[in-house]
Design a protein around this ligand. Sequence first.
Ligand code: LLP
Length: 419
Amino acid sequence: MHHFHYIDGVLHAEEVSLGRIAQEVGTPTYVYSQATLTRHFQAFSRAFQGMDHLVCYAVKANSNKAVMALFASLGGGADIVSGGELARALAAGVQPERIVYSGVGKTEAEMEAALKAGILMFNLESVDELEVLNQVAGRLGVKAPVSFRVNPDVDAHTHPKITTGLAKNKFGLDMETAFRQYPIAAALPHVELKGVSCHIGSQLTDTRPFADALDRVARLVEKLREVGINLSLLDLGGGLGITYDQESPPQPDEYAAALKETVSRLGMKLILEPGRVLVGNAGILMARVLFTKQTPAKHFVIADAAMNDLIRPSFYDSYHAVWPVAKAAAGETQVADLVGPICETGDFLARDREMPAFERGDLLAVLSAGAYGFAMSSNYNSRPRAAEVLVNGGQYSVVRQRETLADLSRGEKLPSWPG
Ligand code: LLP
């Protein structure tokens, strides 16, 4: 469910015409709908009503400050994976005691910044990390609140690049190691045991793997209780999928229902780290057609947005619907590749797709681009990154300016050799 719809044949974000945004802000531009973001956050959180829970938005999905600030104002916390995300989350007004910090490779400087900020919990992913965090906390004279991220070895049945809970993946500690490490961590002077966490993958379209992972984590929690270790926080990560094409992922209610019984039995506070499900369908990438070209093999629609703006189709072969901003009266279609200007064959946004018969100058929207869109964009081919716009009812605001050519070489300089 989202608020991108046609009014008199023109695609609007809520009540704002995308044509108007293109004219005033240019293209390519990411456009987010505040009503959709709000609705998704509230529907997700409401699904867990009656369970003591905290929604820590996975800011990697879309780390625009306006998006983070909106979720913070709705009571959300943040799941971060770097010092950069910590700084952005704090700047956006996320309360530090609602921040959890995941990731396999935290630096000492990042640990220090998070300890000074007073975050809720570090999700530790290795024994080395535990030792280093204990030292860093000792230097600061504080206790680090920790959980171990466990790897439950459950197949999430999603794209191999975004599966994280298999034994062969780099994430977390296996159950046996975690069981052995908890008592060791409990004895460390600068560590305070808080919880357990897991995240098995992204874009899951079935509740089964979540429930299986939870069962395994629950067994660990219960075994730890038998040896006198009581944890209060249960972080089940993110991963709930969205509809890009024909998928029918579970609704937040079904997801919550699949977890409820076990979570209630454990009596722990539940932490969730949703990313994609909150922002994915709340954003589109708008582009303008530069040229069209017919080759003996194919028809190409060449737009001013490319893989540097939205890498998901190239990187994961993922599907994003393509809609015209102005619906043609005749509604003619053709099978085409929608490509960008980047000098790689892998630069495409849609392939062999039946789409409107676009012509030079037409505007189009690539849907479901709110998650891992701008956040994964780059300056490849020295292309300035797109603008980001947030729409709220009948108004819009540019929440990130389009980069300029000067931005592209900021910090670069010619060498000045000594001597
Ligand atoms: N928590 C942790 C520890 C994570 O690693 C992730 C995502 C999330 C939460 C949020 O997962 P979500 O609810 O968004 O599925 N770039 C890929 C997705 C990578 C996901 C990485 N981790 C894509 O565009 O599909």
